[in-house]
Design a protein around this ligand. Structure first.
Ligand code: SAH
Length: 248
């Protein structure tokens, strides 16, 4: 199945065994991927469902539903203070490949970038493409950019099982040693984690203190200072390796 091309669709495009393709999707399948009528591809809705589909003239027929086995067992939210320039594009792309569920772009006290509205659209497009390329069942959700205070006080943060804030300077335990050892049983909901990484100038003392007061554990990512772009990718890699090393 892996040789088949994938596209993301919304569930409203599905109707009685057919997928009503948008003009953009028809263009992508026909002109970019060079599929012809009768060729098969995979359509996925970004929420865990996918279908084997066959291209018709202007739409596609669903042949069968598919099971994906490419998701992390934990739901991981990265709370990432926006780095300078276009560097966040790489964070979105690479973290999608590794298996992130949510990315919250954060404007912190020392964030230098004020993102334009087009950026969010761009990051969402990058996440969709990266999810297709990595054969993921889910396209991660890229949240609206928000402040540290509103994110750490928000619903996603209050409902997470475990929360970590990475700080480069403190004498904190390593993230790996703080990850939850207990296994959730199937009846329980999926385990959810949040990992926060700061901007080039780091978190302010007040931001760190506030997060800790709201249940974030301060953690280290090792002895070297990582760039703002590297830190979320590295942190997520640790989490993915932790959760998957038992299963593979
Ligand atoms: N200029 C800052 C470092 C910022 S690095 C300083 O001198 O302290 C950008 C972000 O990456 C940090 O806010 C932190 O969240 C994360 N980070 C980088 N290296 C880290 C490390 N060794 N341990 C924990 N977090 C780290």
């Amino acid at each position: 199945m892996s040789q088949l091309q994938r596209i993301a669709i919304t569930s409203s495009q599905l109707q009685s065994g057919e997928i009503f393709l948008t003009n953009e999707q028809q263009h992508y399948l026909g002109n970019v991927l060079r599929l012809h009528e009768g060729d098969k591809f995979i359509a996925m809705d970004g929420f865990g469902s996918g279908w084997l589909a066959q291209l018709k003239a202007e739409q596609a027929e669903i042949l069968e539903p598919l099971q994906f086995k490419t998701e992390l067992s934990a739901s991981v939210t990265l709370m990432v203070a926006l780095p300078k320039g276009n560097a966040f594009d790489d964070v979105v792309r690479e973290c999608t490949e590794i298996g992130v569920s949510y990315i919250a772009p954060i404007i912190s006290a020392r964030t230098l970038l004020n993102p334009s509205p087009q950026k969010l659209e761009r990051w969402r497009r990058i996440a969709t493409e990266a999810a297709e390329q990595s054969e993921r069942a889910f396209v991660p959700t890229i949240l609206e950019p928000t402040s540290v205070v509103s994110f750490v006080n928000g619903d996603l943060s209050s409902s997470a099982h475990h929360k970590y804030i990475c700080d480069a300077r403190g004498d904190f335990p390593h993230l790996l040693s703080c990850l939850p050892k207990e296994q959730m049983t199937n009846e329980q909901q999926q385990i959810s984690l949040i990992i926060a990484t700061g901007p080039e100038g780091g978190w302010t003392g007040k931001e760190l203190e506030n997060a800790v007061n709201l249940g974030f554990e301060p953690v280290s990512l090792g002895k070297r200072i990582l760039r703002a772009v590297t830190a979320p990718i590295f942190a997520l890699s640790i989490v993915a390796a932790f959760f998957e090393s038992e299963q593979i």
